[in-house]
Design a binder for this molecule. Structure first.
Ligand SMILES: CC/C=C/CC(=O)SCCNC(=O)CCNC(=O)[C@H](O)C(C)(C)COP(=O)(O)OP(=O)(O)OC[C@H]1O[C@@H](n2cnc3c(N)ncnc32)[C@H](O)[C@@H]1OP(=O)(O)O
Length: 719
C-alpha cells in the first residue's frame, strides 16, 4: 500500500497506493512506516519524496475505518518519525492533500504542490479536529488567525493560496514528482532543524485573548449546536499558549471526546450518504451504473420568474449554452438584467469571467427547437404547464428531454400530455436555484432511465446534491414538511406561541423555526395550495367540528392570518411583526398573541403549558413518520436519499445526520412509542399514526440504518 523506489540514484521515492484517494488505511500507514525506515537506513539515500498514485496525494484518514476497531500503526508517531528524520523528506502534492494527508505533509520538511492541487483540514466537517498534530503544526507554520480560519471552516485552499499562506514551499505547473525529486536533491545535507514545524514557536499575535474570544463567539453562532468547531478553536488555542507536547495532549483529549460523539457519526454518515445518492436506482430495476446519460450541450429554460432566473444562472455557470424564454417583453428585459447581474456577481466571487454570452434571450418558444434539454419553470398551474409541454413536444427536435420544475403538480400527468412520456422528468430546484444545493429529480412510471441519468448528471455538473425520487404529492421534501407544519399549527392551538416553537427548533439546530421560515417564504403559498385542495372555508364557524375538515383535524390559523393580509415578511406582518414590508428582523407581535387567545376562546380550547420536548417530538416525529411511509411506498430508495434532501434543502442540522439518521440515533422503538402516545391523544390526526414500516422495523429488532435497505426488501417480500 506504499511502494518504495530509488530514483535519481539517491532519492527514496515513496508512493501511497490506495485507490481512489490514497486514504491512510492501516495498510497504508504500515507501508509508510516500513518504507520511511527503509529509506532512512539506506546509506545511498540522501533525501526522500512522498507522493500519491493517480494524481492525488492523499484524501486523509480512511473514514471507513472510524466505525471499527482501528488497527495498524497510529498516525501521530508515524508523522513524528518523518519530522525527526535526519534526511530531508519532501511531500509532492498533486490533486488533494486533505486531513491526515495534509498532516502527513506538515510532518515532512518541505512541500511542493502542483498548481491545481487543493489542500485543507476538513476534519471539522466530519465532526472531528485535525488530531494528528495538524491543530498544533498549522498555527506554528502560518500563524493563529489563518490556521483558525482553515481549521474551523475546513475549507480547501488552492495551491496558490497555500503558497501565499506559507503552507507549501513551491508550486509547479509541471510534473510534481519530478519537481519534488529535483528539490529533494537540492536540499540534501542541509540542516533540518528549522524545517521541523513542531519545534517552532507559534508566531506572536497581539491581543490573543480578544482574538480567541471573537472567533469563539463567531463559531458558536454559526455552529448551531455543533461541537467540533468549538473543539477546533480550543485546540488552536492550546497551540498558541502551550508548548508543543502539552498542546498535543490537549489535541488528544479534545479528539477523544469528538471521536465517539453522535455528531461525528452523523457527519460521517452525511459524507457517505451524499455519495450514496449518486448511485440511484428506480423500482423498475434501472440503476445509475447501467443507464447512460445523453450528452447535453444546449439547454433551455421556459419562464423567467424567480425560479427560472436562478435555473438559467445555474445552467450557464456550468458552461452550457442556454436559451432563456419569456413571452412578455417587459418581463424578458427585467429577467435579462437580473440574470446578468447574478452571473456577474457569481463570476466575481469565483474569480472567473461571467458567462453572459452563454445565455440567449427570446420571447419565442420556437427558439428552443435544437436544444438537448428544456426546463419548464412557468407559474404553478397545471393547465398552463400542460400547454407549454404540448408546445415543446411540437417544437423540440426528437429526443429532447422535457423537465418540469414543478414543486407540487403531478409529473405523470404532464408526461401523459406529451407524445414521449419517457422523456419527461421533474427537476425540482429550491430557491434561489443558483445557490441552493438540493435538486430532486422526479421520475414517473414512464420516465426512461436515460432521462433520469441525464437529469442526475446535469444536477451534478451544476454542483447540486441531486436525489432521484418517485412521483407523489410533494415528492419527498415537501411531503414530509406537511405534517411538520401541521403539528406546529396544532401546538399553537393547544397553547404554544410561534416564539416557543421556533426556539425549540432553532435550539435543535434548524437555522429558522417553522414560523420564521413561513414568514420568509410567504404564508400565501400554503394558503393557495389549501384553497386548491378545498380545505379553506371562509367564515367564523367555531368549535371542534370547524376544525375537522375532510375527516381529519385541520387548523385554519394560517388561513385566518392570510385573510388579515398577513403574508409574512413581504407584508411586514405574519407570525411575527417586521419594521416594514421586506424587512427581515422578526419581532414578537402582541397582536398575534391576543389573536391566538381569542381564537382558542372561540373554539373552546384551553391553553396548556407546552415544553420544548413536546414541540420536537410532535413536529420531528411526524415528519420522520412520513419519511417511513415514503420508504415503504418506494418513493425514496433508501434513508440516505431522505437525509440528503433534508440536510441540503430543508435546513436539518447536518450534525444530526438527517431525519432518518436521527430516528436511528434516538431509537426506532422510542420514536414508535412517542408516536403511539401522541396518536392516542390526537386520534383525529392521521400523520401521528405510526407507519407500518416503522412498526415492522421495530418488530424485527430495529436494525441499524445501514441495514434498513435489506430489512425493507425482506419485509416487503414477506407481505
Ligand atoms: C484518526 C482520525 C484522523 C482523522 C483525520 C482525517 O484525515 S479525517 C478525513 C479527512 N479527509 C476528508 O475529509 C476528505 C474526504 N474526501 C473528499 O473530500 C473527497 O473525496 C476528495 C478527496 C476531495 C475527492 O473528491 P472526488 O469528488 O474526486 O471523489 P469522491 O468524493 O466521490 O470520493 C471518491 C470515493 O472515495 C471515497 N473517499 C474519499 N475520501 C475518503 C476517505 N478519507 N476515506 C475513505 N474513503 C474516502 C468516497 O467515499 C468515494 O467512495 P465511493 O465508494 O466511490 O462513493
Amino acid at each position: 500500500m506504499a511502494e518504495y523506489n530509488r530514483v535519481s540514484e539517491c532519492v527514496g521515492l515513496i508512493t501511497l497506493r490506495n485507490p481512489p484517494v490514497n486514504a491512510l488505511s492501516a495498510a497504508v500507514r504500515q507501508g509508510i512506516v516500513d518504507t520511511v525506515q527503509r529509506a532512512l537506513s539506506d546509506p545511498n539515500v540522501k533525501s526522500v519524496v512522498i507522493c500519491g498514485q493517480n494524481g492525488i496525494f492523499c484524501g486523509g484518514a480512511d473514514i471507513k475505518e472510524f466505525g471499527s476497531n482501528m488497527t495498524g500503526p497510529p498516525l501521530i508517531p508515524m508523522i513524528h518519525a518523518i519530522e525527526s528524520a535526519n534526511k530531508p523528506v519532501v511531500a509532492a502534492i498533486e490533486g488533494s492533500a486533505l486531513g491526515g494527508g495534509l498532516e502527513l505533509a506538515l510532518g515532512c520538511h518541505y512541500r511542493i504542490a502542483h498548481s491545481k492541487a487543493r489542500l485543507g483540514l476538513p476534519e471539522v466537517s466530519l465532526g472531528l479536529l485535525p488530531a494528528a498534530g495538524g491543530s498544533q503544526r498549522l498555527p506554528r507554520l502560518i500563524g493563529v488567525p489563518a490556521a483558525l480560519n482553515l481549521i474551523t471552516t475546513g475549507r480547501h485552499v488552492t495551491a496558490a493560496e497555500a503558497l501565499q499562506l506559507g503552507i507549501v514551499d513551491q508550486v509547479t505547473d509541471h510534473n510534481t514528482v519530478d519537481a519534488a525529486v529535483k528539490f529533494a536533491l537540492s536540499v540534501a545535507g542541509r540542516s533540518l532543524d528549522p524545517r521541523r514545524i513542531s519545534t517552532h514557536p507559534c508566531p506572536q499575535q497581539p491581543d490573543l485573548d480578544a482574538l480567541f474570544e471573537e472567533v469563539m463567539q463567531k463559531v458558536r453562532q454559526s455552529a448551531r449546536g455543533a461541537i467540533a468547531p468549538i473543539a477546533c478553536v480550543q485546540a488552536v488555542r492550546a497551540a498558541a499558549t502551550l508548548p508543543y507536547a502539552q498542546g498535543m495532549e490537549r489535541e488528544r483529549e479534545l479528539m477523544a471526546t469528538l471521536f465517539t460523539s453522535g455528531q461525528a457519526r452523523a457527519l460521517q454518515y452525511c459524507f457517505f450518504a451524499e455519495r450514496a445518492v449518486g448511485r440511484w436506482r428506480m423500482p423498475s430495476g434501472a440503476r445509475w451504473d447501467t443507464s447512460k446519460p445523453r450528452p447535453v450541450h444546449k439547454a433551455a429554460v421556459i419562464g423567467l420568474g424567480t425560479m427560472g432566473r436562478g435555473i438559467t444562472v445555474a445552467l450557464a455557470q456550468t458552461g452550457l449554452s442556454v436559451i432563456a424564454v419569456e413571452t412578455q417583453e417587459k418581463q424578458l428585459m427585467e429577467a435579462k438584467q437580473a440574470i446578468s447581474g447574478m452571473l456577474e456577481r457569481g463570476a466575481k466571487r469565483r474569480g472567473v469571467a461571467p458567462a453572459l454570452d452563454g445565455v440567449i434571450y427570446s420571447q419565442n418558444i420556437q427558439a428552443v427547437a435544437d436544444v438537448d434539454l428544456v426546463i419548464e419553470a412557468v407559474f404553478e398551474d397545471i393547465a398552463l404547464k400542460t400547454k407549454v409541454f404540448q408546445q415543446l413536444s411540437a417544437v423540440c427536435k426528437p429526443g429532447t428531454l422535457l423537465c418540469t420544475n414543478t414543486s407540487a403538480l403531478d409529473v405523470d400527468q404532464l408526461a401523459s400530455e406529451t407524445p414521449n412520456p419517457e422523456l419527461v422528468v421533474g427537476m425540482h430546484f429550491f430557491a434561489p436555484a443558483h445557490v441552493m444545493k438540493l435538486l430532486e429529480v422526479v421520475y414517473g412510471p414512464r420516465s426512461s432511465p436515460q432521462a433520469v441519468a441525464t437529469a442526475m448528471q446535469l444536477g451534478k455538473k451544476m454542483g447540486k446534491a441531486s436525489v432521484a425520487v418517485g412521483n407523489c404529492r410533494g415528492f419527498v421534501g415537501n411531503r414530509m414538511l406537511k405534517p411538520y407544519i401541521e403539528e406546529a399549527f396544532f401546538l399553537l392551538e393547544e397553547g404554544a406561541t410561534p416564539e416557543l416553537v421556533d426556539q425549540a427548533l432553532e435550539e435543535f439546530g434548524f437555522p429558522m423555526g417553522v414560523f420564521r421560515m413561513s414568514d420568509l417564504s410567504g404564508l400565501d403559498v400554503g394558503w393557495r395550495v389549501r384553497k386548491g385542495d378545498g380545505l379553506v372555508e371562509p367564515g367564523t364557524a367555531s368549535g371542534r367540528s370547524a376544525r375537522i375538515r375532510q375527516g381529519r383535524r385541520y387548523s385554519p390559523l394560517g388561513d385566518l392570518l392570510c385573510e388579515e393580509g398577513r403574508f409574512g415578511q413581504k407584508t411586514g406582518r405574519g407570525w411575527y411583526q417586521y419594521d416594514k414590508p421586506g424587512s427581515r428582523v422578526a419581532r414578537s407581535d402582541p397582536w398575534l398573541h391576543s389573536f391566538l387567545g381569542a381564537y382558542r376562546a372561540q373554539h373552546g380550547l384551553v391553553a396548556r403549558r407546552i415544553d420544548h420536548q413536546e414541540v420536537l417530538e410532535r413536529c420531528l416525529y411526524a415528519l420522520i413518520n412520513e419519511g417511513f411511509h415514503i420508504l415503504d411506498d418506494g418513493i425514496a430508495a433508501g434513508p440516505e436519499d431522505i437525509d440528503v434532501i433534508y440536510v441540503s434543502g430543508y435546513g436539518w442540522p447536518r450534525h444530526r445526520g438527517g431525519p432518518m439518521f436521527y430516528a436511528n440515533m434516538v431509537g426506532l422503538a422510542k420514536v414508535l412509542e412517542r408516536l403511539e402516545h401522541y396518536q392516542q391523544l390526537h386520534p383525529e390526526v392521521p400523520h401521528l399514526q405510526p407507519s407500518s414500516l416503522l412498526r415492522r422495523l421495530v418488530a424485527s429488532g430495529s436494525p441499524p440504518i445501514h441495514k434498513w435497505g435489506e430489512a425493507i426488501k425482506k419485509l416487503h417480500s414477506q407481505l
